[in-house]
Design a protein around this ligand. Structure first.
Ligand SMILES: [Zn+2]
Length: 305
């Protein structure tokens, strides 16, 4: 199972840290890549860089873009206790976060994660003062670590096998809770369809920061571009996070991969048109769908690293 972990950094044989972003640049420039080892203390498993590529989706869906990552080399294994030994790391995380109110143990290493507590806290809001040092703070920490681990996994399989998500009496599928860039449209549709206050986690890559007026700042992630099958129409799904603390949002630099958790809102979709670059009879229409998050607690955002 740990073979399915997609690491974002590794070390060279002399201990230099290499991140996927830089390795991809060297790959694009056709430079020789360094020999890579797992960077988790005491592990040192042999790992390899996998360049970004496209995987053909099931027709008629568009090919899926797979971002660059680092994975175990053939025959290599992470040491027990390594943070990329996903099953072991998950068990440690769950054991440390076990709480009868929030993360009760179900036996055989399985747990239930109760989203209702978080949903209620997020609705109340109240900023950092009510968060720091309280049980809620601990719940958010556990959840965020779990989300970062999920982001490192190739799929929902490992967390879903160990952690059942529940909102009140309803079981929530991981696929209805955690969304990568290629499924932003599904997150957007889900919000529109039920307009419920279902907490959701999205993972994205920071693209820009924008301050439309003093006192508010937006962090924007790389959108999903959706092929619609309709000629000359383009659909985009844009993700943004708004907050009054500009410095905090800017602490997530452009290019960084982050998880964002909370109660999302659909923004107003906008449509724009421009002439086709080569055919004057045609017009290109772009429709932008928006999803926005206004975090109540800073723990709702975290780096995937
Ligand atoms: Zn390792």
């Amino acid at each position: 199972m740990s073979r399915a972990i997609r690491m974002r950094k590794a070390v060279g044989t002399h201990g230099t840290l290499h991140r996927v972003h830089d390795l991809q640049k060297r790959h694009d420039a056709k430079q020789t890549l360094p020999t890579l080892l797992c960077d988790s203390p005491g592990c040192g498993a042999a790992v390899k860089f996998v360049a970004e590529h496209s995987r053909s989706g099931t027709a008629p869906a568009a090919p899926v873009h797979v971002p660059a990552y680092i994975a175990l080399d053939k025959g290599a294994a992470h040491q027990p206790g390594c943070r990329y030994d996903a099953p072991g790391y998950l068990q440690t995380l769950l054991a440390a976060g076990t709480d009868p109110e929030f993360l009760p143990a179900l036996g055989e290493g399985k747990h239930e994660l109760r989203l209702l507590l978080l949903q209620q806290a997020l609705k109340r809001g109240g900023g950092e003062a009510s968060g720091a040092g309280t049980p809620l703070d601990g719940y958010l920490n556990t959840l965020v670590e779990l989300l970062v681990l999920r982001a490192l996994c190739e799929s929902d399989a490992l967390p879903a096998a160990q952690v059942t998500l529940r909102l009140g009496k309803k079981k929530v599928e991981w696929s209805n809770f955690f969304y990568e860039q290629e499924r932003y449209d599904e997150a957007w549709e889900r919000l529109g369809a039920n307009a419920t206050d279902l907490p959701m986690a999205l993972v994205g890559t920071v693209r820009s920061h924008r301050a439309p007026q003093p006192g508010s700042m937006f962090l924007n992630c790389a959108p999903k571009y959706q092929h619609t099958g309709i000629a000359d129409r383009r659909d985009f799904y844009e993700i943004s996070v708004g907050h009054s603390d500009a410095a905090w949002l800017q602490s997530f630099p452009v290019g960084a991969e982050i998880v964002m958790f909370g109660l999302w809102r659909q923004g107003k979709s906008s449509t724009s048109s421009r002439p086709h670059p080569t055919d004057p009879r045609r017009t290109i229409t772009s429709v932008t769908h928006k999803l926005a998050l206004w975090p109540s607690f800073k723990r709702q955002l975290a780096l995937v690293d």
